[in-house]
Design a protein around this ligand. Structure first.
Ligand SMILES: Cc1cc2nc3c(=O)[nH]c(=O)nc-3n(C[C@H](O)[C@H](O)[C@H](O)COP(=O)(O)OP(=O)(O)OC[C@H]3O[C@@H](n4cnc5c(N)ncnc54)[C@H](O)[C@@H]3O)c2cc1C
Length: 382
């Protein structure tokens, strides 16, 4: 197992930071997991605590309320949250929105939103997917029409939106122009207190129950002209393409960490559990399957480290992020499925972390862009 393996991009400062994040997960996230799953959302207090510790925007400058660290600090948070199986705490969306603002926002937009996002006082959502379109983002039908006074009127419906019930602000993908395809698409920052904004159902999912995933509606929702991210129309698709690799890299890093946790839990269990007069670890099948799993987990960690290294260097490209997303989430599915088997009936009981990891893992191959789309993106780069 990997407890003695230190990722090449880690150093002493990052080790200490990782320890603090792991304590946060152990003390704050793990004890409330079952409560959050029952209520289908994470308590706001957790957001504030994470903000206080600098976990939400670790690599955003302090001038904007961030922790002033590096991408490596952000990667530590992603890995530790993945390791803890923290699938419901949608801090990652705040991280992504922080980076949309940091990369494309006007100075006024950064000043207005980033400090609250960093502290966890502002919970965000990114609304791309619609009932009629998900993978094919160029097909979005939500519109943002400019009025004579310069304000935009947003109309449309979104679905499957992480943090939908909790969010205070939503980055909405909408059509501002009549051009078909990518050119007519813009991103708008919509304040959730706007009267035209409506939350629909909190959706009942197969897993990741502690997170809220919701429908959102925009009914003649009037937003100020300065709600347009970056201030120029028609940039939305390119802004999305610029940031989606980071979302995919986050999913990939989390997948590798989940596999490590699954292996550790399973090894501990098979050493303890007895059948036919001996511990399960003494059965040859257990030993061989877990040896295979260990090889996969080790290779996955090395792949995740490779992605993180490129991210830190500023050389993470879309193809590498997509490759990591599809490959690591598929290994995650296989590894956790094999691990569940060793727990027997207990592996199917949600009281056991391995069972929750199993139900939570499935969607990793769907969201962030389905894995088939990731393969398409990789193939284009060949
Ligand atoms: C728990 C959860 C959280 C989510 N959070 C968010 C969020 O915060 N914001 C947001 O905007 N969206 C979110 N989504 C939506 C998610 O990103 C979409 O579900 C995903 O992109 C797939 O879109 P779709 O569901 O419309 O499937 P479709 O686009 O209808 O695709 C269905 C399937 O068809 C196949 N397919 C589609 N196109 C191709 C192709 N070109 N080549 C080969 N196969 C293809 C794939 O297998 C795909 O899974 C979330 C979804 C879930 C389940």
């Amino acid at each position: 197992m990997l407890e003695n393996y230190r990722s090449p991009w880690m150093d002493e400062d990052l080790d200490a930071f990782a320890g603090a994040v792991r304590r946060f997960c152990k003390d704050i996230i793990e004890p409330s997991e079952m409560k959050w799953r029952a209520q289908h959302h994470v308590d706001r207090a957790v957001w504030l605590k994470a903000g206080e510790l600098g976990l939400i925007l670790p690599d955003v400058p302090e001038a904007y309320g961030g922790a002033g660290g590096t991408v490596a600090h952000a990667a530590v948070v992603m890995r530790e949250m993945g390791y803890a199986g923290s699938t419901g705490f949608g801090y990652g969306i705040n991280y992504l929105v922080g980076h949309y603002l940091g990369s494309y926002g006007t100075e006024a937009q950064k000043q207005r939103w980033l400090p609250g996002i960093a502290t966890g006082q502002i919970i965000t959502a990114v609304a791309m997917t619609e009932p009629g379109t998900g993978s094919d983002l160029q097909g979005v039908r939500t519109t943002a029409r400019k009025r004579a006074d310069g304000k935009y009127v947003v109309n449309g419906a979104k679905t499957f939106i992480t943090n939908g019930q909790m969010c205070d602000m939503v980055v909405v993908v909408a059509r501002t122009g009549d051009q078909q395809g990518a050119k007519g698409i813009s991103l708008l920052i919509v304040d959730a207190s706007n009267p035209g904004f409506r939350r629909g159902q909190c959706l009942d999912k197969v897993g990741q129950d502690s997170g809220d995933t919701s429908e959102l509606f925009f009914d003649d929702c009037v937003v100020e002209a300065d709600a347009l991210l970056g201030g120029a129309e028609g940039q939305g698709f390119f802004q999305l393409m610029g940031q989606l690799p980071y979302e995919r890299a986050m999913i990939a890093v989390g997948a590798a960490a989940q596999m490590e946790r699954a292996l550790e839990l399973t090894v501990a269990y098979v050493k303890e559990r007895k059948a036919f007069g001996k511990a399960l670890i003494e059965q040859q099948n257990t030993r061989f399957v877990l040896a295979d799993v260990n090889a996969t987990v080790t290779a996955s960690r090395a792949f995740a480290d490779h992605i993180i290294r490129h991210w830190i260097d500023g050389t993470l490209d879309s193809s590498l992020a997509s490759m990591g997303k599809f490959w690591l989430t598929e290994r995650q599915g296989e590894v956790i499925d094999k691990c569940v088997q060793f727990f027997g009936g207990y592996g199917y009981m949600l009281e056991y972390p391995i069972a929750r990891m199993y139900v939570d893992a499935r969607v990793q191959r769907i969201y962030g862009g389905a894995n088939e789309i990731q393969r398409e993106l990789v193939a284009r780069s060949l």
